[in-house]
Design a protein around this ligand. Structure first.
Ligand code: D41
Length: 687
């Protein structure tokens, strides 16, 4: 397909275009507008489904009329020819670096220097913005078209990554609106939002590939791909923070006005940005952002303050490659180096043996960390971890601290390898490894006290039987004392036995007994979930209940039948069969029922108003009028099945903004697609 066709634009602006050409222009304009609303305004105008439909339509027109394809068409983001290497780019206006401040004193000194140099008594106006933890990038636009993208490099010379930045959806290929200069260089950070980073690493782990240590490395690694197709797959975003070249146009008089213009022209700016009058307000901003930090969808490592008035910036100038008018006030680090003291093995409910790092306590991301997740033994191998090593520990947001990498330069002489256990570290049973899985599992099942404890903890947990007061510590005590071996033993507990335990007084013993009693009246979905069948979470438990209505039917269901249940595939069906084949599981269930655990079966079909019976919905994206849970519940009440993934059994997909692969798959399969308003209309007509 020809990429360049400048003539097309000129020709069509003469209003002599054919109907096809007009349609192509209309689609592009509409897609650009939707993209702008989505990425810059954070306020989507249409469901993703609609965007994808228009996009597909434009693609179709363009493939029939290759001569009408232009370089700035939304369909032309991803080029398919990989490069041999990146060429160098000299920055006409150097990309300066930032001086750092680490405490309020540093900030006070910064403000004082500025007021002295400018000779002003009054407060200085500062523009404040989060310091994104990404890669600084320059984008050059000539006559509104993106002509070059490059990395900052050393500030004077970077690498030409034009083809890669073009694949980032929040990078405009063409400027919007008017009033922009003939040549405009926009600078900003390319970063990977946290959710995308976690997803990428999860996938890498599942495939046995190397993971990225943090979102910044992931962004850098993704931009450094010679094949733009790879970059296009990575969830990157661009947020601008300033300008470089600005020719043939009038420069606004403040940083905030420049940013407002960039936003009009199609760039994402940081919505947390604010103006502060004087240093005091700057410090308040820093404190407030520190509180928000963990809840932001992207990683930040501080606040950048800039003197807002351009005239004042010019009066201050720069010194050794950093402007005097800006400073980065850093937050406490989210990565620290500490020592790996030992690796211990944890045995989970399903027998999965996972390695856990015991660390020399280290203050990171605002808390003291002494344990970190190592995921699985393959991960230990990939990290090249040895006991005694110095490691980088990362704690960001509310995720569990992780060992991100080994600091090989600092490896002491006396490190020991991390051994992969051959038998269960708790019960000594042989370990098994499922085909194609990285996870080792204890084969001891419920003879393993670790699995006993974990499965009992699961059984009593809030979303399962919800026995309040039976906390983890108490469960461990009960198992260790031999009072509870299997979940049914809970219902045989005597008051005197509880009182014999340490730390259990009369009152708490009575409360626990009352909670145990109350839990006997339960629901089948809760009970099914509580059994702890592998891969049967809350949603699957509910689906089983809705499909079969009673436990007896589930117990005798065969594999084919189980796979008819929405969201249940061969693997999960296999786990369910295996569970109910084991006679000791059936015995525990029988005992539980004999001891009084009961639930209502699903009411007979005929008595219910179930107009959506036989239809299988999948919900994707976000909704405004109600949460996804509520939408699911209401659909189920109307008799529909609600599955988690799109398959041949899906009849309807409800797509809110943010829908992605499920939508694409549904379109492929020709499944009916509804947006939120259509769903609301459906409820209105049926409820
Ligand atoms: O968010 C950022 N990482 C950020 C980086 C920002 N918000 N503003 C920045 N401003 C500058 C100046 C003041 C020099 C224009 C920066 C950077 N520089 C920067 N990023 C990497 C090196 C310098």
């Amino acid at each position: 397909m020809s990429l360049q066709n400048e003539d097309f634009i000129r020709y069509t602006t003469l209003a002599m275009a054919s109907a096809t050409e007009q349609e192509i222009l209309r689609l592009r304009e509409q897609l650009d507008r939707y993209n702008y609303a989505y990425y810059v305004l954070d306020d989507p105008l249409v469901p993703d489904a609609e965007y994808d439909r228009l996009f597909a339509s434009l693609q179709q027109y363009e493939s029939k009329h290759p001569g009408l394809v232009t370089i700035d068409s939304p369909t032309q983001r991803v080029g398919d020819k990989p490069l041999d290497s990146f060429s160098q780019v000299v920055h006409r206006v150097p990309m300066l670096s930032l001086n750092n401040a680490f405490d309020e004193e540093d900030m006070g000194a910064f403000d004082k220097r500025i007021r002295e140099r400018l000779g002003i008594e009054d407060v200085v106006e500062y523009a404040c913005e989060p310091k994104l933890d990404g890669i600084a990038v320059s984008l050059i636009y000539r006559d509104a078209r993106l002509v070059q993208g490059s990395t900052r490099g050393d500030g004077s010379t970077g690498e030409d990554i034009t083809l890669n930045v073009r694949t980032i959806p929040s990078v405009p290929l063409r400027l919007r609106g008017d009033g922009f200069p003939g040549t405009l260089e926009v600078r900003g950070e390319v970063y990977m939002p946290r959710a995308g980073f976690e997803r990428l690493n999860r996938k890498a782990r599942a495939r046995g590939d190397k993971t990225f240590a943090n979102p910044r490395n992931a962004a850098a690694g993704s931009l450094r791909q010679l094949s733009p197709r790879v970059t296009a797959q990575r969830p990157l975003e661009f947020c601008c923070y300033g300008i470089g070249i600005y020719e043939q146009g009038e420069l606004p008089s403040s940083h905030s006005a420049i940013m407002a213009n960039l936003r009009e022209w199609g760039f994402r700016t940081n919505r947390e940005a604010a103006l502060a009058q004087g240093i005091e307000q700057c410090l308040v901003y820093h404190q407030q952002l520190a509180v928000k930090r963990d809840n932001l969808p992207y990683a930040i490592d501080g606040v950048v303050y800039k003197v807002n008035k351009i005239e004042q910036q010019e009066g201050l100038g720069f010194i050794s490659r950093a402007p005097r008018w800006a400073i980065a006030y850093k937050f406490p680090a989210q990565e620290e180096i500490t020592r790996l003291l030992d690796v211990e093995y944890q045995v989970g409910r399903t027998g999965a043996v996972t390695p856990v790092a015991r660390l020399e306590p280290v203050f990171v991301g605002g808390v003291t960390v002494s344990n970190a997740s190592l995921h699985n033994f393959d991960e230990v191998g990939r990290l090249g971890l040895e006991i005694g090593d110095h490691v980088v520990v990362r704690r960001a947001g509310d995720v569990i601290p992780q060992v991100a990498q080994v600091v090989l330069e600092r490896r002491p002489a006396d490190t020991r390898p991390v051994l992969t256990p051959e038998v269960c570290p708790v019960c000594g049973s042989p370990l098994e490894r499922d085909e194609g899985e990285a996870i080792l599992r204890c084969s001891g099942r419920l003879s393993c006290s670790a699995q006993q404890k974990e499965s009992i903890k699961h059984f009593v947990s809030r979303k399962a039987m919800d026995i309040e007061g039976l906390g983890d510590k108490l469960v461990e005590q009960l198992v260790d004392e031999g009072l509870v071996e299997r979940v049914s033993d809970i219902y045989k507990l005597q008051r005197a036995q509880l009182l014999d335990l340490e730390r259990t007084g009369e009152k708490s013993a009575d409360n626990i007994l009352a909670a145990i009693e109350a839990s006997m009246e339960t629901t089948l979905p809760r009970f099914l979930y509580a059994l702890g069948i592998r891969e049967v979470g809350e949603a699957t438990a509910l689906a089983l209940y809705q499909y079969y209505g009673s436990l007896d039917k589930i117990i005798v269901a065969d594999k084919e039948s189980l796979q008819e249940v929405p969201d249940i595939g061969a693997v999960v069906a296999g786990h369910i069969i295996l569970f109910f084949q084991a006679s000791h599981n059936l015995e525990v269930i029988r005992q539980l029922q004999d001891l009084g655990v009961h639930w209502p079966d699903r009411p007979a079909q005929a008595a219910r108003n179930t107009p959506l019976e036989g239809r299988t919905f999948v919900l994707t994206g976000t909704f405004e009028a109600f949460g996804r849970d509520e939408a699911r519940r209401r659909l189920q009440t109307l008799g529909a099945r609600v599955a988690g993934s799109v398959s041949a059994k899906t009849t309807d997909l409800v797509a809110g903004p943010g829908a992605g692969s499920k939508l694409a798959k549904a379109q492929q399969l020709g499944i009916g697609i509804l947006d939120e308003s259509e769903l609301i209309a459906l409820f209105a007509s049926l409820e």
